[in-house]
Design a protein around this ligand. Structure first.
Ligand code: PLP
Length: 395
């Protein structure tokens, strides 16, 4: 008999599995070229050639005892030094290797942070729409999720409601910019407001509230959009970075945390994160991937393909009459459903072989997410199906 706590997770994941199975069923029936799967955020551009070159060089060059051995749970010291130096160069920060903890991707990093700071009953605030896995990560540590709705149509966080939702129990706030699922980049003004509210509330309650910045899409921005570096605005920031999207390496599980010196309880926090990496069972981030990213810190995947896809899809869906949020980053298009119930829309889209993800998976009903990290030709082939969908809803 599985644990009672696991039952709802298993049920939740069967919904995603069902969508995956449905995609396979449709492809078997109608042919791969006639099914348009926009459901997954799996990068469609390969890692830069230098990444694969670095991996093979490392196997040949690095002492096998270092390459394959245990290490400090926070990662190889030289890798952490290289990551800190690269951040300092890019953002004018002054991190040392002691501020960097290598992690098993953003999912691993977020779980390490939450394990380090959350006691049962502590509250974690997130701004809808958000990556639904946050609910599971917070539940892992018996925290309680508090949801702040967005400002519509900008999809910037509603800072007025945010302020109201902060209580004595608020331990962390998670932000994600560029955002999955909206593609919106939070403005500097939004970040300043969040920082100012957090400072005020910490003082009012005499508590510490950590701002956890989940940043797998930091480099995926278009039209020269700037993404503010959060540690510069609020001292109790913890950055959780991932190379899953920026280097197209989601299966390799590599990222890092930044815990700045000025964060409250910096010493015990970094110790806790180090121990959490071990006792959550990660022990340390994969060694070869740490050494690989350290050699590719100035590299990013080719985002021109995502940019092409973004423009194609956004322009087409707008021209058909769909209400779309113009994506500034990440690789998702956020579309208002012409009917109230997003599941109904997703099911109707499926009849035209379009696989979309309902906004309710991101705690925001009435929208769908279209992941455009796909083959550009598939987007072009899908246009006729979107036309039929628009016609069905009389747009
Ligand atoms: N956070 C967000 C917002 C994501 O979209 C994802 C993955 O899609 C993750 C975290 C998890 O990323 P990783 O593969 O680095 O664990």
């Amino acid at each position: 008999m599985i644990a009672r706590k696991m039952i709802k997770y298993v049920e939740g994941s069967s919904v995603i599995r069902a969508m995956f199975e449905e995609g396979k069923r449709l492809a078997a029936k109608y042919g791969d070229l006639n099914v348009y799967d926009f459901s997954l955020g799996n990068p469609s551009t390969p890692p830069p050639a230098s990444v694969r070159q670095a991996m093979s060089d490392i196997i040949n060059e690095v002492n096998p005892l270092k390459l394959h051995g245990y290490m400090n749970n926070s990662g190889h010291e030289d890798v952490r030094m290289a990551v800190a130096a690269s951040l300092n160069k890019k953002f004018g920060t002054s991190f040392s290797y002691k501020n960097i903890i290598m992690t098993v991707g953003a999912a691993g990093g977020l779980n390490v942070v939450l394990k380090s700071i959350i006691d049962p009953g502590d509250e974690v605030i997130a701004f809808a729409p958000y990556f639904g896995e946050y609910n599971n990560y917070v539940a892992n540590f018996d925290g309680s999720m508090v949801i702040v709705p967005p400002c519509i149509p900008s999809f910037q966080p509603d800072t007025r409601v945010f302020e109201e939702k902060i209580t004595k129990l608020t331990k962390a706030v998670i932000i994600n910019t560029p955002n999955n699922p909206t593609g919106v980049v939070y403005s500097e003004d939004t970040i300043k407001q969040i920082a100012q509210i957090l400072n005020k509330k910490q003082e009012e309650y005499g508590t510490q509230i950590y701002l956890v910045s989940d940043e797998p899409y930091r480099e995926l921005v278009y039209d020269g959009k700037e993404v503010p570096y959060i540690t510069k605005y609020y001292k109790n920031t913890i950055v959780s970075y991932s190379y899953s999207k920026s280097l197209s390496l989601p299966g390799e599980r590599i990222g890092y945390l930044v815990i700045p010196d000025e964060a409250d309880d910096y010493e015990s926090l970094t110790c806790a994160a180090n121990v959490a990496n071990r006792i959550l069972g990660f022990v340390n981030a994969p060694s070869i991937m740490q050494l690989t990213v350290a050699r590719c810190l100035e590299e990013t995947t080719d985002i021109t393909i995502y940019d092409t896809n973004r423009k194609l899809l956004y322009n087409k869906l707008k021209s058909l009459g769909f209400g779309c949020t113009e994506p500034e980053g990440a690789f998702y298009l956020w579309v208002k459903t012409p009917c109230e119930n997003d599941m109904e829309f997703v099911n109707k889209a499926k009849e035209f072989h379009l696989l979309l993800v309902p906004g309710s998976s991101f705690m925001c009903n009435g929208y769908v997410r279209i992941a455009y990290c796909v083959d550009t030709d598939m987007i072009k082939r899908s246009f006729a199906a979107f036309e039929k969908l628009a016609a069905y809803y009389n747009l």
